[in-house]
Design a protein around this ligand. Structure first.
Ligand SMILES: *[C@@H]1O[C@H](CO)[C@@H](O)[C@H](O)[C@H]1NC(C)=O
Ligand SMILES: *[C@@H]1O[C@H](CO)[C@@H](O)[C@H](O)[C@H]1NC(C)=O
Ligand SMILES: *[C@@H]1O[C@H](CO)[C@@H](O)[C@H](O)[C@H]1NC(C)=O
Ligand SMILES: *[C@@H]1O[C@H](CO)[C@@H](O)[C@H](O)[C@H]1NC(C)=O
Ligand SMILES: *[C@@H]1O[C@H](CO)[C@@H](O)[C@H](O)[C@H]1NC(C)=O
Ligand SMILES: *[C@@H]1O[C@H](CO)[C@@H](O)[C@H](O)[C@H]1NC(C)=O
Ligand SMILES: [Zn+2]
Length: 500
């Protein structure tokens, strides 16, 4: 009895505490949520993520300490111990993937010179310590069919025992490297297809062992070697690739509002990993800071009718591995409950475009329109663009879940530091990041208050086995490498760019 009284006192004061917390909160409206987002908050997180990159070998790639520190940072921000009133639930989801690291790469040119060279993810090693030395055999360059993309393009040159000189573009690099290997090339010197700084890409874990080793050099050097060869000079070069592969564990991080209907969930996603080449501040620290600030802003509100679930994806740069793991492990009824998915990958490009994803699913436009209307009202040249295969929306589209998102562009001129060491704190257009985060906050709030205008997931879309298809994509991603073209085509771009 006494104990009961004591308990009820404790309980009632606890309830009073909760009630006073709740009463401090404002009723959620899109306008009020948007108003809480500040550039200062967005900057603070990116400053921290940049520092994490600098303190962890220059990157925040999956399977590294930089990723673990990024994950800790997100959790430290959203949990906010001072203010933890059970407003959010957080959890992680662990999966395994083949980690790759190029420990050393070098190209020695025909005149004994050290040539600037970039590795690609899942690059195959050359014999060590000397690498491979051979005559450079120039593959023909065809503006339409590319260089070394098709079997017949390899018949006019004998590359056996030589280093094939191939131009980037038109097909996946791994297509070129597989042909080079089957034709007996020692390796491939791949030269870039634009005048900009060559940027890294993934060859896909599924191609481990099938590709010839590769080094990526500039267009200018590649062209100069080609012209010397066509003037009948015999050029010799050396390629050294020292790379390792091993399975490593990594994880997705989730944060979800405690409040809201669990049968009608609005999801937002941004990938938390960077490429190994740099700290990944626009790609995709920009989406990560946006989500952190929206989460913090939501703390001040009540009246969230539909749950909001934020995903911070792991191993996106290796081929959308984390988001495919998540979507493939959803049951059909769990997938039904996800009413909309917004993808935020690269939303602060220095010379931004304002691309808004919208596909064929009629539900896409409902969420996409919210983003478009806001950005247009703010004077931005926003436009609808189609999905590609370049970011974490792929698994959601496979499940027929209405989806959208913002993408501000990669490569010159939008983001000249795309996948490079210079994707740092200085590589952000703060105005663009702020307006896009506000658009994202607003759209999330609109749908969290009322999602009745969004049609249910199209279970008959894609194919009857869409769930199975995602699962198959993932199984291959996990155990044999990512079969999905995204692996070799990852650009985070709006349009599918099947060229890496
Ligand atoms: C709630 O409001 C009261 C009175 O204005 C204030 O003392 C208290 O710190 C507020 N609590 C929170 C969690 O903001
Ligand atoms: C990852 O690999 C480890 C070690 O092989 C294993 O114990 C674990 O169950 C794997 N995790 C998953 C999610 O498959
Ligand atoms: C990388 O390889 C080059 C060429 O063999 C060698 O000179 C250099 O010392 C190596 N660097 C490292 C860090 O192992
Ligand atoms: C290509 O070159 C290799 C090595 O020089 C030689 O053994 C092979 O016969 C050549 N193949 C053709 C088809 O000429
Ligand atoms: C290169 O050699 C080929 C065949 O030996 C010859 O036809 C061509 O004229 C030569 N080109 C130059 C630029 O010397
Ligand atoms: C669902 O997807 C199928 C196949 O793409 C399409 O034919 C159908 O019109 C879609 N239904 C709705 C309601 O969007
Ligand atoms: Zn990205």
């Amino acid at each position: 009895m006494k104990r009961f009284v004591f308990l009820s006192v404790v309980l009632s004061s606890a309830l009073k505490g909760l009630a006073s917390l709740q009463s401090n909160k404002t009723e959620l409206t899109p306008e009020k949520l948007e108003a809480v987002i500040t550039q200062e908050g967005l900057k603070r997180n990116l400053f921290e993520l940049d520092s994490i990159g600098q303190q962890n070998n220059g990157n925040r790639a999956y399977g590294t300490t930089g990723y673990a520190a990024s994950s800790d940072y997100v959790l430290s921000q959203v949990k906010d111990s001072k203010n933890d009133d059970g407003f959010f639930t957080t959890w992680t989801q662990t999966f395994n993937h083949t980690y790759e690291e190029t420990r050393n790469i070098s190209v020695t040119g025909p005149d004994g010179e050290d040539v600037p060279v970039l590795s690609l993810m899942y690059n195959n090693a050359t014999p060590l310590p000397g690498g491979v030395t051979g005559e450079l055999a120039a593959l023909p360059v065809d503006d339409v069919r590319g260089s070394g993309c098709f079997e017949d393009q390899w018949t006019s040159v004998n590359v056996t025992g030589k280093l094939a000189l191939v131009k980037r573009g038109t097909c996946a690099i791994s297509d070129k490297l597989k042909l080079a290997k089957t034709r007996g090339a020692l390796g491939v010197i791949l030269f870039h297809n634009t005048n900009s700084t060559p940027n890294a890409a993934t060859l896909g874990a599924e191609n481990i062992g099938l590709n010839a080793p590769v080094g990526l050099i500039s267009l200018q050097i590649g062209e100069s070697w080609r012209s010397r060869i066509s003037a009948n000079e015999t050029l010799t070069a050396t390629l050294l690739v020292d790379s390792i592969f091993e399975p490593r564990s990594t994880w997705n991080v989730f944060v979800e509002t405690a409040e809201g209907d669990e049968n009608n969930v609005i999801m937002l996603g941004a990938h938390l990993d960077s490429v190994q080449a740099g700290p990944g501040i626009n790609d995709d620290g920009s989406g990560v800071t946006a989500q952190i600030e929206i989460i913090k802003a939501l703390r001040g509100f009540r009246g969230i009718k539909n749950k909001i679930r934020f995903a911070f994806w792991g191993a996106e740069e290796a081929g959308l591995v984390g988001s495919l793991f998540y979507t493939s492990s959803l049951t059909s009824s769990e997938a039904d409950k996800i009413r909309f998915y917004y993808n935020y990958d690269m939303i602060g490009s220095i010379e931004p475009v304002y691309g808004i994803y919208a596909g064929d699913n009629p539900g896409d436009k409902v969420g996409a329109q919210l983003l478009l209307d806001y950005l247009v009202a703010k004077g931005k040249p926003a436009y609808f663009g189609s999905f590609g295969t370049g970011s974490d929306y792929v698994g959601f589209l496979e499940l027929g879940i209405p989806s959208s998102g913002i993408h501000t562009g990669g490569g010159v001129p939008a983001d000249p530091c795309y996948h490079l060491v210079c994707d740092t704190y200085d590589n952000i257009n703060w105005g663009a990041l702020e307006v896009n985060t506000k658009a994202a906050a607003r759209a999330a709030a609109v749908l969290a208050l009322d999602v009745s205008n969004v049609p249910p997931r199209n279970v008959t879309s894609v194919n009857p086995a869409s769930g199975r298809m995602v699962r198959e994509l993932f199984q291959e991603a996990l155990w044999e490498g990512v079969k999905v073209e995204a692996a070799s085509a990852h650009t985070c771009a709006l349009e599918t760019k099947r060229v890496v």
